[in-house]
Structure formats: C-alpha cells, structure tokens
Design a protein around this ligand. Structure first.
Ligand SMILES: O=C(O)COP(=O)(O)O
Ligand SMILES: [Mg+2]
Length: 218
C-alpha cells in the first residue's frame, strides 16, 4: 500500500489543470463587451477559485467597478465564450498524467470537486481525454460551492465510501476539506489566493511527483 487513502479528490482549476489561459480569455471577452481594459495574464490567477461569478466580479472591481453595467448579461457572455473555447490553452500541470496513473495503478479512486460548472468540468475533462478516469466529477450546480463541505461529502459517497484526502490550490479547497474533516494537500503551482504554506493544508507540494509521497506521510 503506497498510501492509506481509498479516494483522492482533486480541485480542477489551478490544481489538476492550468486553465488560466482559457478562463482569462473568457473574462477578458466579457470585459471587452463592457469596454474595459483586459486583465493582464499574470493577474488572471488571482480572480479564480470561487466560481465564475466571483471571477467576473473581481475582474470588474479591478477595472472600475460594476456600477451601470448589466452584470448578468456579461456573465452569460463570459459563460458562452468559455464553453465555446474551453480547452484551447488548458492542460494538466507537469507530472499530472503519471501521478494519476500511479494512483489508479495502486487501486485508488480519483475524483474531481470543482467550483466550475459541472457541465463545463465534464466538457473540459472530455476534451483532454481525462473524463473516463474519475469515479466522481462534481461541479457547481448541485451542491453549495466550496468552502462548503457538501460536495466533498458527496464525492466520498459517489466513490462508494472510504478514507479520502483532497488536493487543492486555494482557501476554498482547504476550508472545504477542513469542514468535511478530510486531510488536505495544497499545490504551490496553482492559483493560490494565499502563499501555499498559509492555505491551512496538512502538506504542500511543488510538483505532482511529490503527491504520493506526501499522501503516504499523512
Ligand atoms: O471556477 C472556479 O473559480 C474555480 O474552480 P476550482 O474549484 O476547480 O478551482
Ligand atoms: Mg482551484
């Protein structure tokens, strides 16, 4: 046994996948409709983690506020653009494929819990040829968003129960894991809303090669 967990859950944006290019393009599409400047690529990561609505709100705040704008219409435009361009610049972080293989070879069930809309999460994972691997894919739509623990409880249930750990990149993930009483590992290469060592995780990894060793120490 390489680690003690029957289930390892992953956050999607900024944890398993670097989606900042496509999310950034979608948010900048909405900003352009509002005649706002684009958010520079190095600032896009700071907008992501609490769902698409919060991403748009944060982008509008950065570029002059939302007074006088039809935020609902901008949000719909953002979603439509994102859905049509969901996997143009998105890919697994380095070492992700080998790490998922190693977990599955060891008999571990892998799952996704994301604040991204579930249909989008499934479409993106499908476009990358990854959707068949996961025992559960849970996105926004059915349960309250992370940091609420509900989706993590549902993940364990959908995987048939057992000891679980969660891997994430923001305080939305670490707080959800804490609330669900699951051990949590933070990745330092994602869209961290605080320095990775301050996210409140049980361990921090800088590369997916270090995930299984970190799980085995929990
Ligand atoms: O949609 C978001 O803002 C974040 O999604 P995530 O939960 O996969 O990081
Ligand atoms: Mg994330």
């Amino acid at each position: 046994m390489i680690h003690r967990f029957a289930i390892v859950g992953f956050d999607l944006d900024g944890t398993l996948l670097d989606t900042s290019g496509d999310l950034g393009a979608a948010v900048n599409h909405a900003l352009a409709l509002a005649e706002r400047d684009a958010v520079p690529p190095d600032q896009v990561a700071n907008l992501i983690g609490g769902g698409a609505r919060l991403m748009l709100r944060r982008a509008l705040e950065l570029t002059g506020g939302s007074v006088g704008l039809d935020e609902d219409a901008l949000f719909e435009a953002l979603l439509a653009y994102y859905e049509a361009n969901i996997a143009v610049h998105s890919s697994l972080y380095p070492g992700g494929a080998a790490m998922l293989d190693a977990l599955q070879d060891a008999g571990t069930q892998i799952a996704i819990v994301t604040n991204k809309r579930e249909a989008f999460a499934r479409k993106l994972l499908g476009a990358l040829g990854l959707d068949d691997r996961f025992a559960a894919i849970i996105g926004a739509g059915t349960y309250p968003l992370k940091p609420a623990p509900d989706a993590l409880h549902a993940m364990v249930e959908q995987c048939g129960g057992g000891t679980a750990a969660f891997v994430g990149d923001t305080t939305f993930d670490t707080a959800a894991a804490r609330a669900a009483a699951l051990p949590c590992i933070a990745v330092s290469f994602g869209f961290n809303d605080r320095p990775a060592r301050d996210l409140g995780a049980d361990a921090v990894i800088d590369h997916f090669d270090d995930l299984i060793p970190a799980l085995s120490r929990l």
